[in-house]
Structure formats: C-alpha cells, structure tokens
Design a protein around this ligand. Structure first.
Ligand code: ADP
Ligand code: GN1
Ligand code: MG
Length: 363
C-alpha cells in the first residue's frame, strides 16, 4: 500500500460517504499531520480534514479527544441559531465504530473534521481588519467557554504555558548541550538568561483560571472569504485550563509582525503598533466584559512574555537536537528563536505605549 492508499484506507474508517478520490498534505503545523481528503459524494467531490495526532507530544490522546468533544459540543450549543452556525464551530466526523477518533493497529490516533468551505487561514497578518477579526474571534471563543459545565477539562499537557518551568527546561538544555550546539547559540542564550526575572510575573499575578485555547496563532482562525469575518477557531488540541492572557499574548506574537515565525531576515520582524491596536480592540470587543481589571493590566506584557516563552521553547529544542518541533532545514529552530527574540525587543521598545493604549480603552 502506498502512502496515498494508506491515507484513503484511514479516511474510510470514518463516516464519510462516497468514493475516495485523493488526499493532499495540508497546513504547516509543527506537531500533528494534516491532510485534505476528497471523496466523491453523489457525483460531487467533497473535502474533509484528516489529522494524525502526534503521540510523542500528546501522550493521552483519549483525554485530548474527550476535551475536544466537550468543547465542540458546548460551542455548537452556543452558536445554534446564529446565521451560518455550522461554519462557526468545528464538527468532528465520527469513526465507523461511533467514536470521535480512529486508532490504528500501530496505536496511532486519527480524527476527521467537516471541511469549512469558503474560508481560509493566513500565516501572516496583512491588514488591521484581519488582526481585529482574529482578536474578536479568539475573544468570542473564550467568552463562549466561560459557562462550560464541570468537570474541568483534562490538563493534556501540564504546565504548557508555565514560563518559569519552560525557563528551567532551557537551563537544563544549556547544561546538557545534547547536540553540541550551545556554542552556536551564544547570543540567544545570553538574551534569554538576561530576562529570567520576567518569567514568573503572570504565574504570580493571581489571575483567574479559565478555559483557554493556548495556541492562538493567527493561522488558527478561519477567515471567511466573502465577509472577512473571523468565522471559526480551529486547532483545538491544547484547549484546557489556562490564563486568558496566554491566548492574547500568543495573538500579539503571531498577528503584529508582517514576517513569518521563521523569518531569517530579522529586519522584517516588527511589532506594528496599528496591528496591536486592532487586535486589542477586536479582543476587547468580545472579552472586555468578562476580563478582570487585573487581567487587563497585563495584556501588553502578555504579548512580550508569550513571545519570549516561544523563543525559549524553540531555543531549548534547538539545543536538544530538534526533538519536538518539525524542522525543514538546518538551524530551523534557531532561526525561529531569533525571530521571536527580535520581536521581544520590538515589544520592549513599545511596551509603555502599548500599556497606555490598553488603559485608554478601559471603560
Ligand atoms: P496544525 O496543528 O498542524 O496547525 P490545524 O488544525 O491548524 O493543524 O489545521 C491545519 C490547517 O488545515 C489549518 O491551517 C486550516 O487551513 C486547515 N483546516 C483545519 N481544519 C479545517 C476545517 N475544519 N475546515 C477547513 N480547513 C481546515
Ligand atoms: C505548535 O503545531 P502547531 O503549529 O499548532 C505548538 C504551539 C506553538 C507553535 C509555534 C502542542 O503548534 O505551542 O506555539 O507550534 N503546539 C504544541 O508555532 O506544542
Ligand atoms: Mg494550526
């Protein structure tokens, strides 16, 4: 069986009617693998999304899928009655044995989603309108999950955004120098070590735990092709208890710079203030009503912290020999780290102004 036939065989384990026509790799995530699979249904080609879950990263895929089932059912109930409601929330396609996933003979977990047509994701932000839409969509997502009934979601990756623990992991990777690369990352290591004191600020700020997305990259919002609305939040693997500010911080990281995450020309990496303003206004339009005063005062800081955290995560993986994130070239994780740290510097320069803007929007 070749690769394509294998994907077809896996897709056929799900309740997708019709005949398998083909599959293409889709998206550019760093952890899972995604395909767009096409089946002929009543004479018409119909797309679905098929994903293979990375078992090294997600060690308890059943808990992960239970979280996703609960979250998507809750969101579906929230958007019921809204125009175009079926495009506003992800819908799992069940497997032929009635589960939300299919596990194959090798213990690999697969799942499929109904394809949301007439919308797409973007890797980089190109307009303030899109930044606004992303901010609003993630804010709305958090808001809809406030009333989610108990029990708490599973903590599928404990301490995912615990920045001090991420920092300790970096220190360990420096000490170990498993791939002999520390010498080639001296400036980045110094940059990181010089900022240790910021790592504990959010953890120590007594902020409320909420249900959060935890991977609010700009390319995890589907933008409607016709209306430009941020119509659906995707990539729900890390939805679990967290701080609202982790989500806002990751939006700042991914939706204020025109450059991609692995940009090597660092002069292109910038924190564009108008993008920050649009993102903030969009986010507060949806989340302003439930955020506490304490949360609001850390919004700008969260952008810096989560960008720093992501930089140290890439640096840690570079030093460990690229064991976590997919890499597509030599030094890829170091390139990613450098662009994150460049953005941290850009935020540092504008942090006061960003904070002032946040205060000016407060009611
Ligand atoms: P990753 O974790 O690898 O980023 P995502 O869940 O974000 O995986 O999916 C990868 C890409 O697939 C997305 O950027 C988006 O373009 C597309 N995608 C995912 N789910 C859907 C869906 N239900 N409908 C249409 N496109 C989707
Ligand atoms: C990973 O695979 P992807 O792109 O959805 C990572 C996120 C990082 C992101 C950086 C489970 O997400 O935490 O922010 O890469 N996901 C996990 O681009 O570690
Ligand atoms: Mg994604």
């Amino acid at each position: 069986m070749n690769k394509l036939q294998h994907i077809g065989a896996v897709a056929s384990q799900f309740e997708i009617p019709g005949e398998f026509l083909g599959a293409t790799p889709y998206g550019n995530g760093h952890i899972n693998d995604t395909w767009c699979v096409v089946f002929r249904q009543t004479g018409v080609p119909k797309r679905s999304i098929l994903q293979r879950i990375n078992r090294n990263v997600f060690t308890n895929p059943v808990a992960l899928m239970q979280n996703i089932e609960r979250v998507t059912s809750h969101l579906a109930a929230q958007v019921a009655g809204a125009p175009d409601h079926s495009r506003r929330v992800l819908t799992l396609i069940p497997s032929r044995d009635g589960r939300a996933w299919h596990s194959d003979e090798e213990g690999i977990f697969w799942r499929t989603w109904r394809f949301i047509e007439n919308a797409r994701t973007y890797d980089a932000v190109e307009s303030t309108e899109r930044a606004y839409q992303a901010g609003r969509a993630f804010g709305q997502f958090q808001k809809m999950l406030i009333g989610m009934p108990a029990p708490q979601l599973h903590d599928t990756i404990p301490d995912f955004h615990h920045t001090p623990k991420r920092f300790t992991a970096l220190e360990a990777a420096i000490a170990m120098d498993a791939a002999g690369r520390a010498i080639s990352a001296k400036p980045e290591i110094e940059f990181a070590l010089a900022r240790k004191q910021i790592t504990g600020i959010l953890i120590g700020a007594d902020l409320p735990e909420r249900v959060t997305h935890n991977d609010t990259k700009f390319n995890n919002v589907l933008i409607d092709d016709d209306t430009g609305e941020g119509i659906c939040i995707i990539d729900l693997d890390t939805v679990m208890p967290g701080l609202a500010l982790y989500d806002f911080g990751d939006m700042v990281r991914t939706a204020t710079s025109p450059a991609s995450e692995d940009e090597r020309n660092l002069s292109k990496v910038k924190m564009q203030f108008p993008m920050f303003e649009a993102l903030l206004r969009g986010y507060l339009a949806a989340a302003g009503g439930f955020l506490t005063k304490n949360e609001k005062q850390y919004l700008a800081f969260a952008g810096k912290l989560i960008t720093f955290e992501q930089g140290i995560r890439f640096l840690t993986d570079y030093l460990a020999g690229d064991t976590y994130y997919k890499v597509h070239r030599d030094g890829h994780n170091l390139d990613r780290c450098r662009s994150q740290f460049k953005l941290v510097e850009a935020i540092e320069r504008q942090e006061k102004r960003m904070e002032k803007l946040v205060r000016s929007i407060e009611p």
